[in-house]
Design a binder for this molecule. Structure first.
Ligand code: CA
Length: 194
């Protein structure tokens, strides 16, 4: 019976309430301290300068819907529907051929705004050729700022609808310097990472 009495003892209940409030306060204080120590990164701190430009262009006035896709060291694909990955990659312009397009220019652009160390992959995807003849020739240019200069420039062919093609891969070292001997075009799918 002693145990039962203790259960309904108002002093014991009050003590538990106080203890609960103390623990709750401690949790709140720890949470606030964590926020102060690790402030949430504000989006306006994303550097707006372009470090690397990835440009693609295909015949003007045609209906092909080509998609440019890129992936940086954080492994988040950037392309149609996924416009930016962290502060690093950003799809600045998507072109859907003739759809919603008052210009006959077919051009897409992804920029890299921060020289994050690691590997970058640049792929093309022929979303739809809309009856236009295949293959479609596409001009790709990857240009780095300053001493980095031209990373890739050339023409590639997409031969069938839904084809994904790796155009170029390159790696930046810990200082953000381009490692020229890493430039290659070994196939690596980005779309499978979506
Ligand atoms: Ca497109």
């Amino acid at each position: 019976m002693e145990f039962f009495e203790e259960e309904i003892d108002p002093a014991g209940v009050a003590f538990r309430d106080v203890l609960f409030l103390m623990v709750l306060s401690l949790v709140v204080v720890i949470f606030l301290l964590t926020l102060l120590i690790n402030p949430i990164e504000k989006t306006d701190e994303v550097p707006m300068r372009t470090e690397i430009m990835i440009e693609v262009m295909w015949p003007s006035g045609t209906k092909y819907d080509v998609d440019l896709w890129a992936m940086g060291p954080d492994k988040t694909p950037v392309g149609w529907g996924v416009f930016s990955a962290g502060p690093v990659l950003n799809l600045e312009r998507d072109d859907r051929g003739m759809i919603n397009d008052s210009s006959s220019l077919n051009y897409e652009l992804i920029t890299v705004r921060k020289r994050e160390p690691g590997e970058y992959t640049v792929n093309l995807h022929l979303y739809n050729n809309f009856g236009e003849p295949l293959p479609v020739p596409i001009n790709v240019k990857v240009t780095g700022k300053g001493d980095m200069g031209e990373i890739y420039s050339g023409e590639v062919l997409l031969e069938r609808r839904k084809q994904e093609l790796t155009v170029v891969r390159f790696t930046l070292d810990v200082d953000g310097t381009l490692m020229r001997d890493t430039i290659n075009n070994l196939e690596k799918s980005i779309l499978t990472h979506r």
